[in-house]
Design a protein around this ligand. Structure first.
Ligand SMILES: [Fe+2]
Ligand SMILES: [Fe+2]
Length: 296
């Protein structure tokens, strides 16, 4: 079986065409990142690149497509709509597609309160095993063929202030995940667990307190060995740490649409085990790459 995993596609609106008052103070702070930080330029072609990855998923004959959060720059309606449009019919069908929110998709209390992510992608959150849901529909389980299950977790929380972007799964979802991992109906299936924040950095270390996944150790403890993989984003580097007896495979998809760093994983599963993955670069019509910043 084959899975395409991408992340942090950051569809970015034209912020200077928006009503400044309606953007709110959190996004005013973010305007520096967009302009001086080069973020707007780095994601100028994000919609075309995401559409190219969705097409590539078909060309790879992928059994399932996974996007591990940060669909938007700062959670505007038009950005969610842009992501939905770029994904096309793939985003219609929960049998073929799993998408979870990232911290940028709940960037403001208003975007979280109004359930903006759910308005565009809520139809993909329905679980095949709803008895294991613990917090607002998470974890949800998607059975893929006879050999795998994808599990969606929510680690993205509204940041107290811009610049703090750590994540937390929390004890309730972890308890639900443990029940999924032990469910005898899933014996013989590989488990691909999708979470936005990274359990480990590309250097194999814990991420910082202000950026990392606060319950990373507890997550990894529940998922030992090659039956399990954690698929994440948030760190804009693409890397794979193979499974050990104590922890799962860890795949970081980086930022799949960032100019100069475009890419995604094709992950292979067989006999209830995650075998490994291969990095690919999407073929975007028109080509040409700007260079962009590294870690956002
Ligand atoms: Fe991101
Ligand atoms: Fe993120």
């Amino acid at each position: 079986m084959r899975f395409v995993h991408c992340s942090d596609v950051h569809i970015t609106a034209d912020y200077f065409a928006q009503s400044f008052l309606r953007l709110g103070w959190r996004r005013w702070v973010a305007l520096a990142e967009l302009t001086v930080g080069g973020r707007a330029r780095a994601y100028r072609r994000a919609p075309e690149t995401l559409a190219a990855i969705a097409r590539a998923a078909r060309e790879h004959s992928a059994d399932h497509f996974i996007l591990s959060g940060d669909l938007t720059a700062y959670a505007l309606d038009s950005e969610f709509q842009g992501a939905r449009t770029a994904l096309g019919e793939l985003a219609e069908d929960r049998r073929r597609c799993t998408i979870i929110p990232g911290n940028h998709d709940v960037y403001t209390p208003g975007s979280h309160r109004s359930r903006r992510f759910e308005r565009y992608f809520g139809h993909l959150l329905e679980s095949d095993l709803p008895e294991h849901c613990r917090e607002d529909g998470f974890p949800f389980v998607r059975l893929v063929g006879e050999g795998a299950a994808v599990v969606g977790l929510r680690s993205a929380r509204v940041p107290p202030v811009p610049g703090i972007s750590s994540g937390l799964i929390g004890p309730a979802q972890l308890e639900g995940l443990e029940a999924v991992a032990k469910d005898p109906r899933l014996a013989g299936r590989a488990l691909l667990v999708v979470v936005h924040h990274a359990p480990l950095t590309h250097r194999g270390k814990a991420d910082s307190r202000t950026h990392g996944l606060r319950d990373a150790e507890a997550l990894c403890r529940l998922l030992p060995g090659p039956r399990h993989a954690v698929l994440h984003g948030h760190i804009h580097h693409r890397y794979h740490h193979p499974a050990t007896a104590e922890r799962p495979h860890i795949f970081g998809a980086g930022s799949s649409t960032m100019a100069g760093r475009e890419g995604y994983w094709v992950i292979e599963v067989s006999d209830g085990q995650v075998l490994g993955g291969e990095k690919h670069v999407p073929q975007v019509p028109g080509g040409g790459c700007d260079t962009g910043p590294g870690r956002l």
